[in-house]
Design a binder for this molecule. Structure first.
Ligand SMILES: Cc1cc2nc3c(=O)[nH]c(=O)nc-3n(C[C@H](O)[C@H](O)[C@H](O)COP(=O)(O)O)c2cc1C
Length: 372
């Protein structure tokens, strides 16, 4: 059987993937307390990197006060480059492109993990989460420091040998906080109007592009992940997202990566106005102007093919945790042997870092689980 998702794909900048499946970025909370890559993480990536065309890593924080998880991976200092080099090599040796996802948690950072510091955000507005702290409003100087920190993180990713970087502009973290009318109520050039709310992501992309131009080869990829909507009011709606997409295309972003939990996801907030599924609407808006990566609950070859009706590439998350050889088994016509459920009696079968294994076991209804 020949599937579209098994065909190679070439980006406009010339970078070629051997197929159209990407491993979705997934935090494992398994780096050292200082943020260095561990052996457990290398093994986790080693067994999952021989199938997909590209592997996007867990998000790495660009500055220590931006940590939103325990034992996150860091790209905040040069001392992390050695570990990141091992990670890039591990992925690339298996035949996949290695893409480092980078982020700053902004108001979603927690004192528990970020050295006890008050989180920062465009405005001093708490996230609607029980545990969230009231963030400190960023100064103009603070904003410029952050832009340069994103650029330095990209330089480290280049030095470590990655093939690309994905800016994590989704899942309520700092980049998204600037776009959102909920978290960004600034009255200066960095907030207020939609145009001003887009300024920070645009300046970050410009800074990253200039570092890439100076230090990387022409086929180095810069992607951007975004959440198309927010449930808060006020919050990001499709019109804001369309403007963000247009601004990123104008800055020559190499790809956009949706962050939704289902590749046919309906709107979270506008069932009446938005009759068509969100990925389809985004795809119609983009109209082939940039590479789009779809995502969400892709479990079978049929799912991947359907998701490709509204995207050029697809990323697979949980299914690659449950079945590290997902791509190879489909390539070998052995789809009927795919594992679809995590057997929690067999922790050593999956090569998962211990902290990830513990989290999966303790969060109800997140992964399909069996015990035998
Ligand atoms: C354990 C785990 C960790 C995740 N960490 C990240 C992350 O670091 N960055 C990110 O953009 N998305 C993260 N996600 C979301 C996934 O990239 C993906 O969008 C989501 O799981 C839906 O795809 P799936 O149904 O194929 O798993 C995470 C998901 C899981 C299951």
């Amino acid at each position: 059987m020949t599937y579209t998702f098994l065909q190679p794909f070439t980006f406009k900048n010339g970078s070629t993937l051997k197929n159209r499946i990407l491993m979705a970025p997934m935090t494992t909370s398994s780096s050292t307390p200082e943020g260095d890559v561990t052996e457990e993480e290398l093994i986790y990536y080693l067994v999952r990197s021989s199938g997909p065309g590209a592997v996007i890593t867990a998000c790495a924080y660009i500055a220590s006060e931006g940590q939103a998880f325990p034992n996150g991976m860091s790209v905040a200092k040069d001392t992390h480059i050695d570990g990141l080099k091992k990670l890039a090599q591990t992925i690339k040796m298996q035949g996949a492109k290695a893409i480092l996802q980078i982020y700053h948690g902004g108001r979603m950072s927690q004192r528990e993990y970020n050295g006890g510091r008050q989180p920062i955000s465009p405005s001093s507005i708490r996230a609607e989460r029980k545990w969230a702290d009231t963030p400190k409003e960023l100064t103009e100087a603070g904003i410029h420091i952050l832009i340069s920190q994103f650029g330095s993180a990209v330089k480290r990713a280049i030095d470590a040998g990655f093939d690309g970087v994905e800016l994590h502009g989704a899942n309520t973290y700092l980049l998204q906080q600037f776009v959102s009318p909920h978290s960004n109520q600034r009255q200066d050039d960095w907030g207020g109007t939609l145009y001003n709310r887009l300024r920070f992501p645009v300046e970050v992309v410009k800074q990253c592009q200039s570092i890439i131009k100076e230090h990387a080869s022409d086929d180095f990829l810069l992607g951007y992940r975004f959440s198309p909507e927010e449930i808060e009011t006020p919050g990001i709606r499709l019109e804001d997202t369309y403007a963000l997409i247009d601004a990123l295309i104008a800055e020559h972003i190499d790809y956009l990566h949706l962050s939704v939990s289902y590749y046919y996801q309906p709107s979270l907030v506008g069932f009446r106005e938005y009759k068509i599924q969100i990925p389809q609407q985004i795809s119609q808006h983009i109209a082939g102007r940039v590479t789009l990566v779809g995502v969400g609950a892709i479990k079978t070859s049929k799912d991947a093919e359907k998701a490709l009706l509204y995207s050029d590439l697809v990323s697979v998350g949980k299914q690659l945790i449950i079945e590290p050889k997902w791509v190879q088994k489909i390539e070998d016509n052995k789809e009927n042997t795919l594992n679809t459920v995590l057997n929690i009696s067999k922790p050593f079968d999956y090569y998962l870092p211990e902290n990830l294994w513990k989290t999966i076991k303790h969060v109800p209804n997140w992964f399909p689980i069996k015990e035998e």
